[in-house]
Write a protein that binds this ligand. Structure first.
Ligand SMILES: C[S@@+](CC[C@H](N)C(=O)[O-])C[C@H]1O[C@@H](n2cnc3c(N)ncnc32)[C@H](O)[C@@H]1O
Ligand code: SF4
Length: 457
């Protein structure tokens, strides 16, 4: 009893001590863009601090093995520290790295990729590819904006969540959304404030195509005639199409049935991609074009080859691969995207493609063999990676199996799962990791997008 009491009073003393400002030198950046330091052997993640800086910080979460802290003063700033370009940086959870010079962000992401490949996958790429980077601002063509009616904050909030909370940021603009969409935030707040159902609009999904912008209002109650009139005036005034979603994805539809369709294009391959606002498309179309060019350079598709595009979505890589003359088999888990990919192939008159709907997390050696042999693979999985697919490949010592591709180009949005899958490929399946590199698809966030080439030994 006495010991317990003593331990709890010691703990609260430790917690109190941790809440007093302390000083430390930052060692590195973590996967979320926070500074990392160690004090008395305990790791501390310091929001707002950069490597090599001396900072004064205060902990707000004290655990036995780690602490979460916030910078209260930068005593010795990094030479790479810059003034954030957005006034909401620090409060808004949408960005994590605006205080770090842009090219240093890309270098930090490359270090994160190399660290994961080594620490998780025990593999180093034979060659690091030059990073792919584009414009740092106003690149974002897809986003989900939260909406909240908060009377005491003066009405409706429209924006991203505040960092680490479920509160909506009090914001009037955004430096990473396209400029026309950023300019819509204030009018959207005014619009929703006038709706009879202003407390029943939890989010707006936005999608920007080359000729159209669509705002999908999630609505939990029926619109009145007066609401519809207000939304129509908004669409007419600002040129952004108003769509609604009442329940599941199949209830997404335009409120007023007119206007150009959403689409993006890949001029290098003479391809057009119509898409629906809630279908997966890459958020940064400029980087997408460069990424596809890089993927083609690594894959080297040739006429006469048979190539698989796993996690193919609406055919973003499938159709450019097919333009080489190779025949391509695209596999995707979402039925709507498979349908869209088939339509896109027809629209672009690409004939030597086939698409199939399948859950690739359930892939087995037998189901992979049943697809027939492929010369090469392109793999672009979600954050969970493609472990089942990698495990389904024949083992390195299996010299009889014929379905092992000579090249695998792996596009990844999560370096940790890429590294795990790289370990399978290099340790068990007889592949070398011949090249890897980062693509700054999401500037100012800590999100690391990368591409890797595996070649059969
Ligand atoms: C990162 S996206 C890539 C899509 C496409 N390659 C592109 O560039 O637009 C990942 C895709 O994997 C699909 N997906 C997610 N889980 C899946 C699963 N278990 N089986 C098959 N596809 C899946 C998603 O629907 C999405 O289209
Ligand atoms: S997401 Fe937009 S509003 Fe939020 S910090 Fe980034 S630029 Fe600013």
């Amino acid at each position: 009893m006495r010991n317990n009491r003593q331990r709890s009073s010691n703990l609260s003393f430790a917690a109190r001590a941790a809440q007093a400002p302390r000083i430390a030198t930052i060692e590195s950046l973590d996967q979320e863009g926070r500074g990392v330091t160690h004090v008395d052997g305990k790791v501390i993640f310091v929001e707002g601090a950069l490597p090599f800086e001396e900072v004064k910080f205060v902990s707000h979460h004290v655990k036995a093995t780690y602490e979460l802290a916030t910078t209260v003063e930068v005593i010795k700033p990094s030479s790479q520290r810059v003034t954030p370009g957005c006034v909401y940086f620090g409060t808004c959870g949408g960005c994590a790295m605006q205080h770090l010079e842009f090219s240093a962000q890309v270098a930090a992401k490359q270090r994160m990729l190399e660290a994961d490949l080594w620490h998780i996958g025990r593999v180093r790429p034979e060659k690091m590819l030059p990073p792919i980077q584009g414009t740092p601002w106003h690149y974002r063509h897809k986003a989900r904006l939260r909406v909240r009616y908060v009377e005491k904050k003066g009405g409706v909030l429209v924006g991203f969540n505040e960092k680490g909370t479920s509160y909506v940021t009090h914001m009037d603009s955004c430096e990473v959304l396209t400029q026309p969409v950023s300019d819509l935030i204030v009018p959207l707040k005014a619009l929703i404030g006038q709706l009879s159902i202003k407390q029943s609009v939890p989010q707006i999904e936005l999608a920007v195509g080359e000729d159209a912008t669509v705002l999908v209002f999630r609505i939990m109650e029926a619109l009145t005639d007066a609401d519809v009139a207000l939304l129509q005036t908004f669409e007419y005034t600002y040129g952004a199409q108003v769509w609604t979603q009442t329940k599941g994805p199949d209830t997404v539809k335009p409120l007023f049935s007119h206007g150009d369709k959403l689409h993006y294009s890949l001029p290098e391959y003479n391809l057009q991609y119509p898409f629906s606002p809630i279908e997966f498309t890459q958020v940064n179309p400029a980087i997408n074009r460069v990424m596809i060019r890089r993927a083609m350079q690594l894959l080297q598709p040739q006429a006469g080859e048979r190539i698989a595009d796993f996690f193919c979505g609406l055919g973003n890589f499938t159709l450019p691969i097919a333009r080489s003359g190779a025949s391509v088999y695209g596999v995707e888990g979402a039925q709507a995207l498979v349908k869209r990919a088939v339509e896109n192939a027809q629209l672009n008159q690409v004939s030597q493609v086939e698409f199939a709907e399948s859950d690739l997390f359930d892939m087995t050696t037998e189901s992979l063999q049943a697809l027939g042999a492929f010369d090469k693979w392109l793999v672009d999985p979600p954050r969970d990676g493609a472990m089942a697919l990698m495990k389904a490949l024949p083992d390195a010592e299996d010299t009889v199996a014929t379905h092992a591709p000579t090249r695998i180009v792996y596009v990844s949005c999560n370096p940790a799962t890429l590294a795990r899958d790289a370990a399978i490929l290099t340790q068990y399946k007889g592949y070398r990791l011949t090249a890897a590199g980062v693509m700054n698809m999401f500037p100012h966030t800590a999100h690391v997008e990368s591409i890797a080439l595996f070649e059969k030994i």
